[in-house]
Design a protein around this ligand. Structure first.
Ligand code: GUN
Ligand code: ZN
Length: 441
């Protein structure tokens, strides 16, 4: 859909967190009768509807009252080839990889299958309100290309990369470091910085990557400015022991990545459930961000994430759904899981609605180096948004009828809203998803 050339003024209650609530007390901004002015795909301003309208009387209003506007969600850790293994409960990481995830990932060699899954995967993200994501691609270059093409066609902003590995998975998922270098280069040439796409160098984890493979990753990052880097770190106790055996020279898991210059501000490492104090200090000093994946950590029994230790050490943290180790595509649900697990974690952080909104939006944008582009509604940013309106007969609609405070309303949205409440999603002001019920409106 083509937005109106003179701009649009969206009218609805709106929330955003232009500041970090872990550092500042009034991070949440909300307007009960909000106005979000979009021009040429950017946020021109946001505030009280009447003051925005009075300042821009020529801009037509789109009346969205009855729902809520939030910045589009940013998922910082998700696996494209794992859509169809969601729900594989009852196993721990290494067992789950061997019996659930990797056999399915091997199917990505079939290109028509990969194209089908790519379309379904991208649709699942946007229909849950995700507008930006850092995605693990497939071990196969054509399947990874299918993911980029599907995201591009849908208008979704993603960073992604071919997953590279040369040991301990399944032979059909391995490639030599030379082949990984060649294929990654071709994908970088084709997709990096094309529209809303970014390439992310993606060794699966230290366990499945030889030193030569990690060196290839280092070389790719050196040779191409603006790439991201993603991998896994300190997720599971058995995995950590294996990494120690495979890299006897390394002081700890993080030291393996450090040796190849891979722990740096463009890096996002998933999980970090079991860090030492030294690793936290080094993550903070290097600027590496951690993708916290609470649902996956619980589902795979990996452990309780030490969020307070990360915050105290000033390690950058955001949230990831970790499909398919996690439990689905919903970043609202992931925020709620972060809250719930911190409630029961020893020394857990009591998260409020502002923390959850920040973790699911601006923190993710910052982790991906997109803090100036997306994640909140400050003027000049890309107009990336999700419009939520709960179904009339839903528990969330009933809660909101009581006219709660903005913080209570936002907490109720995190607790109760799912894909059924996502009515419209926009990236750079253009509609990338509209629910069937909204179409009929
Ligand atoms: N570590 C290596 N690969 C994976 C994966 O696919 N999922 C999770 N949760 N951890 C991993
Ligand atoms: Zn993962």
């Amino acid at each position: 859909m083509i937005p109106s050339p003179g701009g649009e003024l969206l009218r609805a209650p709106l929330f955003h967190t232009p500041r970090n609530p872990f550092r500042e007390s009034s991070a949440l901004e909300s307007y009960a009768d909000g106005g979000l002015l979009i021009r040429a795909g950017r946020v021109a301003t946001c505030g009280d509807y009447t003051s925005v309208r009075d300042a821009y009387p020529e801009v037509p209003t789109v009346d969205l009252r009855g729902g809520f506007l939030l910045p589009g969600f940013v998922d910082t850790h998700i696996h494209f080839p794992q859509l169809r293994v969601l729900g594989g409960l009852g196993r721990s990481l290494l067992d789950w990889l061997e019996h659930c995830a990797l056999p399915e990932e091997a199917r990505m060699a079939d290109h028509s299958h990969a194209c089908r899954v790519a379309r379904a995967f991208v649709h699942a993200m946007v229909s849950h309100g995700t507008t930006t994501a850092l995605v693990f691609g497939a071990h196969f270059a054509p399947a990874t290309a299918a993911l980029f093409e599907a995201a591009d066609a849908a208008g979704l902003r993603i960073a992604a990369g071919q997953v590279v590995s040369d040991r301990l998975l399944r032979p059909e998922l391995h490639q030599t470091p030379q082949r990984a270098y060649r294929e990654s280069n071709l994908l970088i040439e084709r997709f990096h910085r094309r529209g809303r796409l970014t390439y992310a160098v993606t060794p699966r984890f230290a366990m499945s990557a030889s030193e030569a493979m990690l060196e290839v990753c280092q070389t790719l990052l050196r040779e191409h400015p603006g790439l991201l880097f993603q991998t896994h770190l300190n997720e599971n106790v058995q995995e950590i022991e294996q990494v120690a055996r495979l890299f006897p020279w390394a002081a700890d898991y993080l030291a393996v990545y450090e040796r190849f210059g891979l722990s740096q501000p463009n890096a996002v490492m998933a999980h970090d459930v079991h860090p030492t104090a030294s690793q936290l200090d080094r993550l903070a000093a290097s600027g590496t961000a951690i993708a916290h994946c609470p649902s996956s950590n619980a589902a795979l029994g990996s452990g309780l994430f030490p969020l307070k230790r990360h915050i105290d050490a000033r390690v950058r943290c955001a949230l990831g759904t970790d499909v398919g180790g996690g439990i689905g595509f919903g970043m609202l649900k992931e925020g709620l899981q972060a809250y719930l697990l911190q409630r029961v974690a020893p020394g857990g952080v009591l998260l409020d609605a502002a923390h959850l909104l920040y973790l699911t939006t601006l923190a993710g944008a910052e982790a991906l180096g997109l803090g100036d582009e997306t994640g909140d509604f400050r003027a000049g940013k890309s107009a990336d948004l999700v419009y939520l309106r709960p179904p009339a007969d839903s528990p969330l609609a009933a809660v909101l009828e009581r006219d709660p405070s903005p913080e209570q309303a936002l907490a109720a949205i995190f607790t109760l809203a799912g894909a059924e409440s996502v009515r419209e999603v926009r990236v750079e002001g253009s509609i990338v998803y509209r629910s069937a019920s909204t179409e009929k409106r």
